[in-house]
Design a protein around this ligand. Sequence first.
Ligand code: ADP
Length: 307
Amino acid sequence: MKIGILSRNAALYSTKRLVEAIESRGHEAKVIDHLKCDIVIEQDKPAIYYKGENLDDLDAVIPRIGASVTFYGTAVVRQFEMMNIFTAVQSQALVRSRDKLRSLQIMASAGVGLPKTVFTNYSKEVDKLIDSVGGAPLIVKLLEGTQGYGVVLAPTKKAAQSIIEAFHSMKARVIVQEFIKESKGADIRAFVVDGKVVGAMKRQGKEGEFRSNLHQGGTGSLIKLTKKEREAALTAAKSMGLPVAGVDMLQSARGPLILEVNSSPGIEGIEKATGKDIAGSVIKYVISKVEAVKAKPTKRRKIKSDA
Ligand code: ADP
């Protein structure tokens, strides 16, 4: 079969590993820069052209869409869905996962443990806002931030007030969150594929840093999850509708608390920390889904889309 990887850079570790995993199983891989795709919208004839070539012979796509190009990237994924091409991540789930507030609302209603979080537009009540998450120290997060940028620890109520007011004056939307100090600058990344945790690592922030992101100098190491942590990861990924996901959580005194669910999780850090073939797990899942669809009678599938 022929599997497309939607990635802006064929030289990235994650992209290269997915290509290797496809080819080592005797299939064909094609790296497609989603920003160079043209979406052709015509009644009953949805198509995508990539550098002039009609992409009508793919069996599946694996979206690796960066946060800065979510709009166009998800439009391309949606078009592949219209063409009845299997996608490892559905466009709707991708869009949902990029909205931190919406994600927290969805996970809260699915019963997932979360740090207490408040979102407000009404900047005059900053004092009450701070009290409602248990006072300082607290965390202020830019809604659109990634890789730890835009996550601020406010040590005192005064500092929290200034930070929130500064963000509001810039018209930046923020969430205010209780600070989980027991996590001691560490978090857990669980890589989920098709209802299983296929690898997990603990990320520890560098000395004096509360953010554990690898981009902020954190280091990853292998960890065995507790049953509760595994269940939290699987429930979070399921509630977000993501069969392939990187689930980030904090270890707290009241159990695992989910921070976010990533729809294009990096493969390098988790493979290096665990020594596991994570790319292989993703590809095995995609191949099994395509084979299952092919085994069914060839009636044209009706497209279900709430897009
Ligand atoms: P991003 O999406 O930018 O990575 P996160 O919400 O994952 O933002 O936060 C980045 C890091 O900051 C986390 O990996 C964690 O180490 C730390 N962190 C985030 N929220 C909290 C919190 N409420 N309490 C303690 N540490 C936190």
